[in-house]
Design a binder for this molecule. Structure first.
Ligand SMILES: NC(=O)c1ccc[n+]([C@@H]2O[C@H](COP(=O)([O-])OP(=O)(O)OC[C@H]3O[C@@H](n4cnc5c(N)ncnc54)[C@H](OP(=O)(O)O)[C@@H]3O)[C@@H](O)[C@H]2O)c1
Length: 771
């Protein structure tokens, strides 16, 4: 048995352990080991509430995690619950607000940290340095004298070459000054982000991208861009500050400063401190079972991206050592460090690594991954991914090739965006998007992993091996951490790769997004199905309609003049349409000046109307009828004018169209109301649904243009029909239904007989008149 507060054993027996980071990867494994192999210990775990979940609920939920499965199988569910309830207590708090600690703590294992390589600088410092302040402050306040095991990382040594000793870091950076600067960075960047020049750039890009959707969308996008800009700047602050001080990234920088904080705040105050520095932690070799891992860890996104064929080459040094360590070795070493007698005010350092004693060069890791994914390829549509062969041409060459491919992809995207939207151009866009996604990933991985796969560092592990040698043989067998036991080929091929690819297969089987529409329509009366006209229900546009009507009504004397005039104006119409659909409609409808209402009515009820119906998309009209059969209120909403849409009225419960100003039966060329397009249509739909009690979250929207985005996204079931490139891109990103409807695929269905419908001919009436 050990003496409380002064452990002199090589294993933990009756200690009270305070654990931070117990919900994390390493923390869960430590908790499991304490419960399953150190039966006399009690554990207090620092847990914060998250969302609606209290800290206690989060702790209780831990027992359902796979890490506890073998222990529960061994002792039985009831006994496991009993022990968990008796031995594990929650300390409700976060690193920066730890609160009062329970009395009588013998050992602290401080594992909590942010482990992201590139968070914004203030977030990294707040968790890793503010967190160290919080934990050591609470310990000092408690008056107890526990042995603290501070989990750090082997990479705290920074950018260097050669052997790194298990010793205090050799630097004299004023970490307190760096902490203060990092904390004030957000305020400075937020101020900078509101400078007119910065806002002007965001606004210009937002207008180019969303001008057609409407002013609210432009403003919302500009603000999103400003926020992203702030985040990117703060990430850049972190990366650059770390590199300018000689560290790879803000993660390793803050972990280095956290060690210094632990030394100054705890060890220098006369307490016992041990620092454990693992390298890259991956799945368990043996315990709790081979291959246990909690989500993707550091090297796994790279492994999976390779398996998916997304990394044609990589700027790693083939002979650099990739230092990987199984999680159970880290847990075993940490508990051995916690149990060993430590001396007050003399911190000691243990590097839990593989690179010196059982090195794994990067090329050997690559060969392993290549062999595995060649034998076990990931699925790719109906086929399988063929993984690339890396040639290791050198970092600079790979990065230059990457830059060239990035430029090429950006050029291709710009060109395709300007082409008319057809199934073929949309396929091209998909291919470009897939290519860009791979490039973005490759760029991200190159930035993130550069230091880890080009490193010439070797971490010394002599002290850790000495500690291993002091363990009794039985403990060493079950809870050892001898890295010479690891056969890398066996570990990767039979344990680690199956574990991580198993996770991707689970993720891939999960349904993603809300591609709907193929399902039968639910019968209900509280939903609407809203259809746009041009491009969605009708394969014709305002210019074609005008020309047809004009040909039927214009006096012969005006033919030549009018044709030339339309021809000359087409370019400016096209430009207006790209900028703002409302502007286009307003400008184009001026051409109707002088048209007689009676002439238009006659044509619409005659030849022109029949021609319009011939150009209707049968699938669209059939879908309208399906919605009606399901009891949904079907509405045709168009920026066109009421006079022209009459042929479609019998299909819908309601038609909402624009109206033109007329004097003595002659059109003046002015609209009577602003055109019902983009955000105006969204405002109308919101108001309409509210007034008549329709549930938009269950409703349906069908549109073809980026201008339809604002109202389509109000509906729970948006469908992009023959979408233009920008709407298509949005629909793919949001997993909307995308349909190609064409003319001639089926006969035009007949409208329902004798069904009454409403034709509301203005924005205001549309909202007020529907029953
Ligand atoms: N994973 C590796 O490859 C690796 C390698 C070397 C060293 N390490 C070190 O090992 C330790 C554990 O890493 P890990 O992989 O287990 O990380 P992890 O899975 O991301 O877990 C991080 C843990 O820290 C907690 N935490 C973060 N911020 C907190 C805050 N403000 N207040 C309270 N708790 C907070 C998290 O709690 P929530 O659940 O509430 O978020 C979680 O329990 C870290 O010190 C890390 O630097 C890890």
């Amino acid at each position: 048995m050990t003496t409380r507060g002064r452990s002199n054993s090589t294993v933990l027996t009756h200690e009270h352990v305070f654990l931070t980071g117990g919900t994390g990867f390493v923390g869960q494994a430590i908790l499991e080991r304490l419960l399953s192999s150190h039966p006399g210990t009690r554990i207090s775990v620092l847990v914060r509430g998250k969302g609606s979940q209290s800290a206690q609920a989060r702790l209780d939920n831990l027992l359902r995690k796979p890490v506890f499965r073998s222990w529960i199988d061994q002792v039985g569910e009831e006994e496991a619950r009993r022990q968990f309830a008796e031995r594990v207590t929650v300390v409700d708090g976060s690193l920066t607000a730890v609160g009062a600690l329970p009395r009588g703590i013998d050992v602290v294992i401080h594992s909590a940290s942010t482990v992201s390589f590139d968070p914004p600088i203030d977030e990294a410092f707040d968790t890793n340095i503010g967190g160290a302040h919080g934990v050591y402050g609470a310990l000092l306040d408690s008056g107890d004298d526990p042995h603290v095991v501070h989990i750090s990382t082997a990479y705290v040594g920074g950018i260097r070459k050669g052997i790194v000793p298990e010793a205090r870091l050799d630097h004299d950076v004023d970490w307190r000054a760096e902490y203060a600067a990092a904390r004030s960075a957000r305020e400075r960047v937020e101020l900078e982000s509101r400078q007119p020049d910065v806002l002007r750039r965001h606004l210009a890009r937002a207008r180019a991208r969303h001008g057609k959707t409407g002013p609210q969308s432009v403003a919302a996008f500009a603000e999103t861009m400003r926020r992203e800009w702030v985040r990117e700047r703060l990430v850049d602050y972190g990366r650059m500050r770390a590199q300018s001080l000689g560290w790879t990234d803000v993660y390793t920088l803050t972990k280095a400063f956290a060690e210094r904080a632990a030394e100054e705040l705890w060890a220098d105050a006369g307490h016992r401190l041990s620092v454990v520095r693992p390298s890259i932690i991956e799945s368990a070799l043996r315990h709790p079972f081979p291959g246990w891992i909690d989500g993707f860890k550091v090297a796994d996104p790279l492994i999976i991206a390779y398996g998916r064929g997304q990394l044609p080459d990589f700027p790693g040094l083939p002979d650099s050592v990739l230092d990987v360590i199984p999680v159970d070795f880290v847990v075993n070493a940490t508990l051995a460090v916690a149990a060993r007698p430590a001396v007050a005010a003399r911190p000691e350092y243990f590097q839990v690594v593989s690179g010196k004693t059982n090195p794994l060069p990067f090329h050997r890791m690559y060969e392993n991954v290549h062999t595995y994914f060649t034998a076990n390829p990931l699925p790719d549509g109906d086929g399988e991914v063929r993984v690339p062969t890396w040639r290791f041409p050198g970092g600079t060459k790979v990065e230059r090739a990457l830059e060239r491919r990035e430029r090429k992809a950006a050029r291709a995207e710009r060109i395709v965006e300007r082409l008319p939207a057809t199934p073929r151009t949309r396929r091209w866009l998909d291919e470009i998007a897939r290519g860009r996604h791979s490039l973005d990933q490759l760029r991200g991985f190159t930035e993130l992993y550069r230091a880890y796969v080009r490193t010439e560092i070797i971490f010394d592990d002599a002290r850790t091996r000495e500690l291993l040698a002091t363990l009794p043989a039985a403990v060493r067998r079950d809870e050892g951490f001898d890295v010479t036991d690891i056969d890398w080929e066996q570990y990767f091929q039979q344990i680690h790769f199956p574990a991580v690819t198993g996770m991707t297969r689970v993720f891939e089987r999960r349904p993603t997004g809300k591609a709907r529409g193929a399902r039968a329509l639910p019968v209900r009366e509280d939903v609407v199905a809203v259809f746009d006209l041009e491009g969605t229900v009708l394969e014709s546009n305002l210019v074609q309609q005008y020309l047809q009507l004009w040909a039927a009504t214009v006096p012969r004397s005006r033919v030549a003049h009018d044709l030339i005039d339309v021809g000359l104006s087409l370019r400016s119409y096209w430009k207006a349409e790209r900028r703002d659909r409302g502007e286009f409609i307003r400008t184009f409808m001026r051409r109707y000046r002088g048209f007689k209402v009676a002439d238009i009515r006659r044509e619409v009820r005659g030849r022109f109307g029949r021609a319009m119906l011939r150009r209707a998309l049968p699938d669209a009209l059939q879908r309208v009828l399906d919605h009606r059969a399901a009891g949904h209120r079907t509405i045709l909403v168009t920026g066109s004018i009421d006079l022209m849409v009459e042929p479609f009225a019998p299909y819908f419960d309601e038609v909402v169209a624009g109206r033109m100003h007329e004097r003595d039966g002659v059109l003046t060329g002015f609209l009577a109301d602003p055109p019902l397009v983009d955000e105006a249509r969204a405002a109308w739909l919101r108001h309409y649904a509210q007034q008549h009690g329709f549930d938009l979250s269950q409703s349906y929207g069908y549109g073809d243009s980026h201008a339809d985005l604002a109202w389509l996204q109000l509906t729970g079931n948006p469908t992009a029909v023959n979408p233009d490139i920008r709407l298509y891109r949005h629909a793919r990103e949001k997993h909307w239904n995308v349909l190609d409807w064409s003319r001639g695929a089926a006969p035009i269905p007949s409208p329902p007989r004798d069904e009454p419908h409403t034709t509301a001919s203005s924005v205001r009436e549309g909202a007020d008149r529907a029953s």
